[in-house]
Design a protein around this ligand. Structure first.
Ligand code: CP
Length: 314
């Protein structure tokens, strides 16, 4: 594998999930694979889990890691072709990507949606330009439209915790005071279509994700109905795709213990960070059915597997 841009770069999901679960039993089993190799992490947005799990995974493989928070520290980058750069941008991605490639062997980038212009975001300008001009493999640490490391983590976590072959999985929209991208939800929807799951999405009307991503996945606008018999409830807010970036603060969609009682003793999942008592009640996230910390732990093994596959190909 060269780049990890989306879950389409996974050639065999079942094998990858099994390999990650095996790797988790002995995380240092490939501790010399990355010797003398450097991973560069470029962050255009904040992070806790992605940054630390990726650093940890790289260290487990024996890699060196260098990190740059671009916002505030890096030059403002230009992505347009042929732009006369006499305004705010100081450096073109053409040079930046090639320069970073001189210092690193693998590059990982986080660049969220700006939620101003849907076409710009869904063109994946930042990540696609880095992939085009870098001369080293590039990993997506959450781009404008996808979070494939989180989705691989979620596949590992569901596989570990399912007690029937084909569990019912519900992706449940929840309220949030700020406009959030669709990236996590998009990649989760794509991942669930690759897994053996009875998958349903529930959200308020008008909060449909892109139809090219949801395809034929059933949507239930009645949250309580969707929760019936669920084995996993995966909660995430996203802002509107159709009325791009619009938010809805509808408290009636918050995840409560009462709603979880409608399920088949479902596990509660969330990628984190989460706003307690806005998205989900304390009683749910603190319950024994909440697997959010185990899910966060699996971030290390998802990205370690991706790094391993890239290092084996360098
Ligand atoms: N889930 C996730 O990507 O967390 P961070 O934003 O903290 O990296």
């Amino acid at each position: 594998m060269n780049n990890y841009f989306s879950i389409n770069d996974i050639d065999s999901l079942g094998n990858w999930v099994n390999e990650a679960i095996e790797m988790k039993k002995n995380p240092l089993s490939n501790k010399t694979l990355g010797t003398d190799k450097t991973l560069g992490l470029l962050f255009f947005n904040p992070s806790l889990r992605t940054r630390l799990s990726t650093q940890k995974a790289a260290l487990n493989l024996g890699m060196n890691v260098i990190v740059m928070n671009f916002t505030g520290e890096g030059w403002s980058l230009e992505y347009g072709d042929g732009t006369i750069m006499d305004q705010g941008t100081s450096e073109h991605v053409k040079e930046a990507a090639q320069v970073v490639s001189q210092y690193c062997d693998v590059l990982a980038i986080r660049a969220f949606a700006k939620l101003e212009n849907r076409e710009d975001d869904y063109n994946e300008n930042v990540l696609k330009n880095f992939i085009q001009y870098a001369t080293i493999p590039v990993i997506n640490m959450e781009s404008a439209t996808g979070h494939p490391l989180q989705a691989l983590t979620d596949a590992i976590t569901i596989t570990e915790h399912k007690i029937i072959d084909k569990p019912k999985v519900v992706l449940s929209w929840a309220p949030h005071p700020k406009a959030l991208p669709q990236a996590v939800a998009n990649s989760f929807v794509e991942m669930m279509q690759c897994m053996d799951a009875d998958f349903v999405i529930t959200h308020p009307m008008g909060f449909e994700l892109a139809s090219q991503i949801t395809k034929k996945v059933p949507i239930d606008y009645n949250q309580e109905n969707a929760y019936k018999d669920a084995d996993f409830v995966y909660v995430k807010n996203w802002s509107s795709y159709n009325d791009y970036g619009k938010i809805l603060e509808d408290n009636s969609w918050r995840i409560t213990a009462q709603k979880m009682q409608l399920t088949n003793n479902a596990k509660f999942m969330h990628c984190l960070p989460v706003r307690r008592n806005v998205v989900v009640d304390d009683a749910v996230i603190d319950s024994k059915n909440s697997i959010v910390i185990k899910q966060a732990n699996n971030r290390t093994y998802a990205v370690q597997l991706v790094l391993k596959k890239i290092l084996e190909n360098i």
